[in-house]
Ligand binder design. Structure first.
Ligand code: F0G
Length: 453
């Protein structure tokens, strides 16, 4: 285990510190911090040794080795003592091939890294194991976050495991009940504020300056350290052959920043010979990063009033926009937006692969189609979509989609008939054998077994 000699580097003015303020912003210029560790740059880490140690740990039963995050601990800040790590055996998520989507898009090698298979059903767990551990180490009894749902579910779970109390601030009526119900069950003090996510986050930033509460949003750089492991694990699953493209949804932009940081560190250490292009996809109605790059060349944030049924990414003022701009530019990636109809279709297509995801994750497949049309992605390249949340995270969206209600009364209604081939509405029948046999027969005639629908 390397020493805990990591520091905090301001991404704006470059100031270095060892003890960040409670709001995790630079005391000189107010910008965000990222964690640096001199050990990574000292040449002490040998890529071949790391690969071998990480591989060996896959057959170990030690609690830290069973975590798909802490298995990569050489590239994470080290908690003291190690036994205080709060873990739910996060990470270790599957990399699936997507044969149907590969066929429909024409991309020969198309994979999904399914972070929705984490303990609380989203990628947040990978960051939460690290940040909640450091919250406990710092002696806090309360942790808090603003959330569109998944962060709160994850934080509440890790807080409960670690004996911490948790405070959740969520926008009232704008997030999935499925996520709120997780926070309730894990025992969080859950406040539904009559506002949007961006205002919840602003309020939290003020709160942590006034109360002894440790904030666990992705402004907290420990979160991003944990989320880096998605990229380590992915590359290990690809036998360290970098894919050409990694495509990720963008909301508050912590995850794209974390994955980008991991890719840059992996190249620096020699774990990979070249960088995949990291592209970020947003919903058209929550496209702050798209506009920031197109209209301001990535130099200043263009905020938007966010609106999308992909509620996880209903964010108009993303905190980590500058970090995301930096990693998109450093890896040569792209940033695109997709419509509500495109998101709904892509989600149904991922469902039809037998794996499913929540709406925010489906922007990746919809975005891939756009990047292919633009020639940015080529059919003979290898593409990995990062699916951030589990299908069960937003059952209302799924039910409304299949019943044909999702876009009723909205500006998208006239075009929504294009989604009909992807819908599988539930049928209500008399409880007779005849009724079921007749339905089976009709279904077989409508879609013969080899029609691939
Ligand atoms: N996908 C899902 C399922 C999410 O829950 C989020 C963010 C994102 C994508 C976007 O990731 O913010 O790192 O760019 N959810 C946060 C939350 C904001 O509160 O759960 P990001």
């Amino acid at each position: 285990m390397p020493s805990a000699a990591f520091g905090f580097h301001c991404i704006g003015c470059g100031a270095l510190s060892h003890a960040p303020a409670q709001d995790f912003r630079c005391s000189q210029c107010g910008n965000l911090l990222e964690i640096t560790d001199p050990a990574w740059r000292s040449g002490k880490l040998c890529a071949a040794d790391l690969k071998s140690i990480w591989h060996q740990r896959r057959s170990s039963n030690l609690p830290l080795d069973l975590s798909g995050v802490w298995r990569f601990r050489e590239l994470l800040p080290a908690p003291q003592p190690e036994r205080h790590v709060i873990t739910l055996r996060e990470g270790n998520t599957p990399l699936y091939e997507l044969p149907r989507s590969s066929h429909s898009t024409g991309v020969r090698r198309l994979f999904a890294k399914h972070q929705g298979m984490n303990p609380t059903g989203s990628f947040k767990d990978a960051g939460m194991t690290v940040a909640s551990t450091f919250a406990k180490q710092a002696g806090y009894s309360w942790v808090a976050c603003a959330s569109t749902g998944n962060t709160s579910a994850s934080m509440a779970a890790y807080a409960a495991r670690g004996g911490l109390r948790s405070l959740v601030l969520v926008p009232e009526g704008k997030i999935s009940w499925s996520k709120v119900s997780q926070a309730l069950d894990y025992g969080a003090l859950t406040c539904q504020l009559r506002t949007d996510f961006d205002a919840c986050l602003r309020l939290l930033q003020e709160l942590v300056r006034r109360a002894p509460v440790y904030q666990l949003n992705s402004i907290n750089p420990f979160r991003l350290e944990g989320q880096k492991t998605l990229a380590f694990e992915l590359l290990e699953q690809l036998d360290w052959h970098p894919p050409d493209h990694i495509i990720v949804p963008g909301g508050n932009l912590g995850n794209s920043s974390a994955i980008g940081k991991a890719l840059l560190e992996m190249r620096e250490i020699g774990l990979i010979p070249r960088l995949p292009k990291l592209s970020v996809i947003q919903a058209e109605g929550a496209n702050a990063l798209v506009r920031t790059l197109r209209e301001a060349s990535g130099k200043q944030l263009i905020s938007v009033d966010a609106e999308t049924r992909a509620t996880a990414i209903r964010i108009g003022n993303p905190a980590s926009w500058q970090k995301a701009v930096n990693v998109i530019q450093a890896t040569g990636g792209a940033c695109e937006q997709v419509s509500e109809l495109e998101i709904a279709q892509a989600k149904a297509e991922i469902g039809a692969e037998g794996i499913g995801c929540e709406p925010a994750s489906a922007v990746t497949l919809a975005g891939l189609r756009k990047l292919l049309q633009q020639g940015f992605v080529k059919p003979d390249e290898t593409v990995v979509l990062v699916l951030t949340g589990n299908l069960l995270k937003d059952p209302d969206f799924t039910m409304e989609f299949h019943r044909g209600n999702l876009f009723r009364g909205t500006i998208h209604e006239p075009q929504s008939a294009m989604l009909n081939p992807f819908r599988h509405p539930p049928l209500v029948l008399d409880a007779t054998l005849d009724a079921v046999l007749k339905t089976l027969d009709q279904a077989e005639k409508a879609h013969p077994i080899n029609s691939n629908v």
